[in-house]
Structures are given as C-alpha cells and as structure tokens.
Design a protein around this ligand. Structure first.
Ligand SMILES: [Zn+2]
Length: 303
C-alpha cells in the first residue's frame, strides 16, 4: 500500500516508528519503539532506525515507501538536513538525512519536534480544519511551528515559528543561545521554577507550584501571574505577525489551565494591534503521539 505514511520520531530516549493510513487520521496501523541509547553513538542510532524500519516491514507486510518522515529535537538545516541544537548531541553537525537515505534506500524528509507537533495537531488534532495553526511547545524549552493550509513551514533558515528566542522587553536573564531575555528564559518550566525559588520559595517543580497557587499561596500565585503576563506579551507579538486561526500549546507548561482562561486572553489584548482577540487557544489532542504522527504527515508534504 503506497499510500501509507511512515514516520519516525527520533527522541533523546526512544525511537518510535508509526505507519499511518491518511484515510484514518490520528490512528496508526502499526507502532514500534526502541531505546535511542544515544551514549552508544551516532552509528548505533542509524543502525537502530534501520532495524526498526525492517521490523515494521516484517510485521506489517508492507515495503518501505519512497519517502519517510523523521522528526527530532533540534534545528534541521533545510538545505543540508544537518542537525544543530539537538539535545542528542551526537547527532549535531552530522548529515543525518543523507546517511539515513543511504542506509534505508529511500528519501528522507526531516523536521524538528515542534514542527511535527504543529503539523500533527493542525491536521489530525486540536487545530483540525483551521487554516493557519501556530503550535507552541512550552516545556523544558520553548519552541514552535507554523502550519498553513495543512503544510508546515520550515523557512529559509529552518527557524520558522521559533518564538522561544525572541526577546521579552525588560527581561535580561542570559539564555543558552547566547542572547539575553529570551522568551525561553522566562516561560520555560525551569525558568518559572527558578523565579519561584529565587523569590524565596522552595525548590519545587511547576505542577507543585501550581498546586500551591490553587491552595492560595501568594508567591505561587505571583509565579502564575508572571506566566500569564509574560506569555501574553510574548505571544501578542507573534499574533501581530501571523494572525493565526488557532494556537495549540504543548509541553508541560501547556498543562497549566490559566493559559486557556479569559484573563490570559484579556492580557494578550493589551499588547495586540486589534480591539478583539478571536484566535482560539487550544490544548493539544494527540498527546505523546503528535511527534510520530507529525513525522508521518511530513512524508505527505514535499518542499
Ligand atoms: Zn535564547
């Protein structure tokens, strides 16, 4: 069956393959996974992917298609397929797309995990039916992707949607990227935890801070107010440029309910070049499957 979409989610701890039938959105005909075992090195990762594809062929009875989609953390250079900024550091600077194409004997299309998340949620998840969908990852890092008319946009440098390293006016915390005051230094989970801790709180994870806010603790509430106000400021700048129909928020910070509540919409409006905000702000629907489904959907779009 040539119409099956094959996608591989290459993560820091696991590699997963899914075979999807485009006629059955958000379902997989087959899913298999294995450990990445990144400590064993680059060649070992290539070998594991090759084994996974062979295994999928054997179990499903289908031959590998002419094009397989791969999603992975980090930035993918659209011209070379080389990775940078991946937390699986042995992949950085390696011609992953080319090497996989040689080993697997098929073409490879690649995108980072935020783009795969966005593509999957836009086509098969919370943003289904919307034209312009902005996907946000708000977790240990902050990333994003843009999907227009069912196609994820890579951009000339492969950085389309990367709002996490826009500066927030008035913020000055150094960022790993070498700049200061990036959105990620304020809105990432560890950044919010740092704010709580450095303001006199205990060393708590964000869900625990959220629980304390629910129980009425003042400092925990201040941390969430900071999340709301800074998120509003940062995302209004992106809405002014893209004017999306829907925004879908993934990652651990995306589980905080206040992001979807009316006070956050009012806070965004204060920074928006418009008198009303009609953009839907949505929770994702696909959970952990978004990465591998997005990778599969990549194989249905050619740049
Ligand atoms: Zn940065």
């Amino acid at each position: 069956m040539d119409s099956l979409l094959w996608g591989i989610d290459l993560g820091g701890t696991k590699i997963e393959i899914a075979l999807c039938d485009p006629a059955k959105p958000a379902e997989a005909l087959l899913r298999r996974r294995c450990d990445t075992s990144a400590h064993l090195g680059y060649d070992q990762i290539l070998a594991r992917i090759s084994s996974l594809v062979a295994e999928a062929e054997e179990i499903s009875g289908f031959h590998r298609p002419a094009l397989i989609g791969i999603g992975t953390p980090g930035a993918v250079d659209p011209a070379t397929g080389e990775l940078k900024n991946s937390n699986t550091t042995c992949l950085n600077g390696r011609p992953l797309r080319q090497n996989l194409a040689e080993i697997l004997g098929c073409e490879i299309t690649m995108a980072n995990d935020a783009n795969c998340f966005t593509l999957a949620e836009a086509r098969w998840g919370a943003g289904k039916g919307e034209d312009l969908v902005l996907g946000l990852i708000l977790g240990t890092g902050v990333g994003g992707g843009i999907c227009i008319g069912g196609r994820v946009i890579n951009g000339l440098h492969g950085i389309a949607g990367e709002w996490g390293h826009n500066p927030i006016p008035g913020e000055d915390q150094p960022c790993y990227c070498g700049r200061r005051g990036c959105v990620e230094t304020v809105l990432a989970g560890p950044s919010l935890q740092r704010f709580y801790r450095e303001s006199g709180g205990e060393d708590l994870k964000l869900p625990a801070i959220y629980q304390r806010a629910v129980e009425g603790e003042d400092l925990a509430n201040q941390t969430l107010v900071r999340l709301r106000e800074k998120f509003a400021q940062a995302i209004a700048a992106v809405i002014n440029i893209l004017d999306p129909d829907a925004i879908v928020i993934g990652g651990g910070v995306g589980n905080i309910p206040l992001l979807y509540e009316q006070p956050t919409r009012e806070a965004i409006l204060q920074h928006l070049f418009n008198s009303e905000l009609k953009t839907q702000i949505l929770r994702p629907l696909l959970g952990d499957s978004a990465g591998v489904f997005g990778a599969a959907l990549l194989s249905a779009q050619r740049d």
